[in-house]
Each structure stands twice: as structure tokens, then as C-alpha cells.
Write a protein that binds this ligand. Structure first.
Ligand SMILES: Cc1ncc(C[n+]2csc(CCOP(=O)(O)OP(=O)(O)O)c2C)c(N)n1
Ligand SMILES: [Mg+2]
Length: 326
């Protein structure tokens, strides 16, 4: 684990809080799913928290992120309201996309979380487009594209990264290599070990990062963001991580061994950060417990809010479908 000595304690504490919030939110949601309170399925983020948080804490409020079919962690890390996310997932009118997007289409432009895209790899060229817009307007904002290891074998990966590279677009490509695309091990779909090596083909920096270490992710992203803001173009970061849950909630995960899951769980990003805050930063156990309890209450309150919220009215059916002629 990267040391946190030279790191403001306030930031380290906030990283811990956001990771715990994501974990508690996802665990609670799973319980609700089992009770039948969640329509559709869930693509959960437990295990990957250090990536979302390490990235989002390095951004400015006017930067933008583009997420995937697994967006809960990204939006919570960006500071979107747990209430709006819970309500969206439960299909309620108070949801962050009015209850019409659901779990895979979380959107909250108020915190720069652009519409999540469930088409694998599709957000890569879109994030490049946003970055080009910033560049054309002379703004020093950056765009982040989150995507999985599976997405790195999709054509849009090549198109989006190559265009960003030749235009020096201010975009950071964050590949969350959680080892699987659905039930397919990425190791069976690549002749190389590191997806980051592909950056060389586009003439941009590519780095492998320990995605279970929030500080390592954060430091790598700070560097990439600095580079992008100064007009020096994109970076590809491959964060090696693991999803504890199945691909989606109906997936029992029979394609991986218990041992493998256990080995990754031993490197849990939240437990590691917790230990580091106590041993290296002298935080009291009671303070950490109080952060954890506050996250739990926030999650339960958000879900209660979602449960008590109305469904979208029938009159909403054709709203936001067609663009009115000006
Ligand atoms: C273009 C496209 N092909 C297939 C799918 C079905 N699908 C949804 S998620 C997924 C796996 C994606 O794996 P990865 O990119 O590694 O992301 P992860 O689920 O591991 O976060 C697949 C095949 C899809 N949504 N879009
Ligand atoms: Mg994957």
C-alpha cells in the first residue's frame, strides 16, 4: 500500500468515507434486491471502490466523468446524492434520471456525471468528444472515461483513444481491469499481460496501477490530470482490481474459484485504508466507526426516501424522448 504521510489527513479521511459509503450502499441494495424491491438487475461495484474514489477526488467540480453499466461507485465518488441514486435504481420520480434510466443509466450533471452508458466501450469516444469541446473552448477542464477490461477489446476503444491522442484531447482513460468481462477471463482474451501497454500504439503514456490502493490510483490520476490540463493530451491508466459480486445479480460466478475471490478480498481497499489511517495517521478507531455508522445511516435514509417516493406519472412517457423543434 502506498504511504499516506505526505497526504492531507482531511483528504485521506474523505477517501475512506466515500469508499465506505459505496460499499454500504451496494451491500444494502443487494439486500433490497433479494427482497424484490429493485426492478431489473444490479451490476455491483464492491471491491473496486479505490478506483472510483482515487479518480474522482483528483478532479475539479467542472470536470466530467463518463460511466458504464456499473455506475453506482462512480456517481457516489463524485458526490452525487445517495437519495437520487437509490430512487433512480428503484424507478422513482425523484431519481437522478427521473426514474426512467434505472441502475445502468445513472446521470447527475450537477456533479459532472454525464449519462452512464451501458453499451460496452461506447463512452470512450464520447468522453473524447467532451474533451475536444473543452479544448476548442479554451477551457482547462478534463473528461474521464471509466470502462472495463472487456471494453478494451471493442472497436470504440481504438477509435476513441486514437482520436484523443492525435488531438491531444484532455481526457483520462481509466480501464478498471476487474479480470472479467461477464464470465470471460480477460487473460483468455489478450495475448499481452497489461492493457496499459496498448497506449504505446497510440503514442500516449500508459500505466498499470494497483486498483486496490486508493492512494496509488489517486497519485496516478493527479499526474494524468495535470498532463491533460496543460494541453499535453490523454493518458491510459489500467487499474488492476476485482469485483467481489457476480457480473450482474443473477450471476453465481461459477467461472472463478473461491480461492481466487478470497485472495483478492485479502487486499480489500477499504480494510487497507482503514489500517493505514490508524497506523500511519494516528486516527482513532472510534472516529472510523463513527464515519462507518454515518455512512450506514445515510444509505438507510436514502433508501427510505426512495421507497416513499412516487413512481413517474404516465404523462412522463413521451417526455425526454423527442427533441422539440425550436
Ligand atoms: C457492445 C456491447 N456488447 C455486449 C454487451 C453485454 N455486456 C454488458 S456488460 C458486459 C461485460 C463488460 O465487461 P467489462 O468491460 O470488463 O466491464 P465489467 O462488467 O467487468 O465492469 C457485456 C458483454 C453490451 N452491453 N454492449
Ligand atoms: Mg471487467
Amino acid at each position: 500500500m502506498t504511504g499516506s504521510d505526505n497526504f492531507p489527513l482531511e483528504t485521506a479521511r474523505e477517501m475512506y468515507r466515500r469508499m465506505v459509503l459505496i460499499r454500504r450502499f451496494e451491500d444494502h441494495l443487494y439486500a433490497l434486491f433479494l427482497q424484490g424491491a429493485v426492478p431489473g438487475t444490479l451490476h455491483q461495484y464492491q471491491g473496486q471502490e479505490a478506483v472510483a474514489v482515487g479518480v474522482c477526488i483528483a478532479l475539479r467540480p467542472d470536470d466530467v466523468i463518463f460511466s458504464t453499466h456499473r455506475p453506482v461507485g462512480h456517481l457516489l465518488a463524485r458526490g452525487s446524492s445517495p437519495r437520487g441514486i437509490a430512487a433512480e435504481i428503484m424507478g422513482k420520480a425523484t431519481g437522478c434520471a427521473g426514474g426512467k434510466g434505472g441502475q445502468m443509466h445513472l446521470t447527475d450533471v450537477t456533479v459532472g456525471a454525464m449519462p452512464s452508458n451501458a453499451i460496452v466501450g461506447a463512452n470512450i469516444p464520447i468522453a473524447t468528444g467532451a474533451a475536444l469541446a473543452f479544448q476548442l473552448r479554451g477551457q482547462d477542464r478534463v473528461a474521464v472515461s471509466f470502462f472495463g477490461d472487456g471494453a478494451s477489446n471493442i472497436g470504440a476503444f481504438h477509435e476513441g483513444i486514437n482520436l484523443a491522442a492525435v488531438k491531444n484531447a484532455p481526457v483520462i482513460f481509466v480501464c478498471e481491469n476487474n479480470q472479467y468481462g461477464a464470465s470471460t477471463a480477460i487473460s483468455s482474451m489478450l495475448r499481452i499481460t497489461d492493457i496499459a501497454d496498448r497506449a504505446a500504439a497510440y503514442g500516449i503514456p500508459g500505466r498499470v496501477v494497483d486498483g486496490m490502493d486508493v492512494l496509488a490510483v489517486h497519485h496516478a490520476v493527479l499526474e494524468a490530470v495535470e498532463r491533460a490540463r496543460q494541453g499535453n493530451g490523454p493518458t491510459l491508466l489500467e487499474c488492476k482490481t476485482y469485483r467481489y459480486a457476480g457480473h450482474s445479480r443473477g450471476d453465481p460466478g461459477g467461472y472463478r474459484t473461491r480461492d481466487e475471490v478470497q485472495r483478492w478480498r485479502e487486499r480489500d481497499p477499504i480494510s487497507h485504508m482503514r489500517a493505514l489511517l490508524i497506523t500511519e495517521r494516528g486516527m482513532a478507531e472510534e472516529e472510523l466507526i463513527s464515519i462507518e455508522n454515518a455512512c450506514q445511516s445515510e444509505v438507510e435514509e436514502a433508501v427510505e426516501f426512495a421507497r416513499n417516493s412516487p413512481e413517474p406519472g404516465i404523462e412522463e412517457t413521451y417526455l425526454h424522448v423527442f427533441k422539440e423543434r425550436q
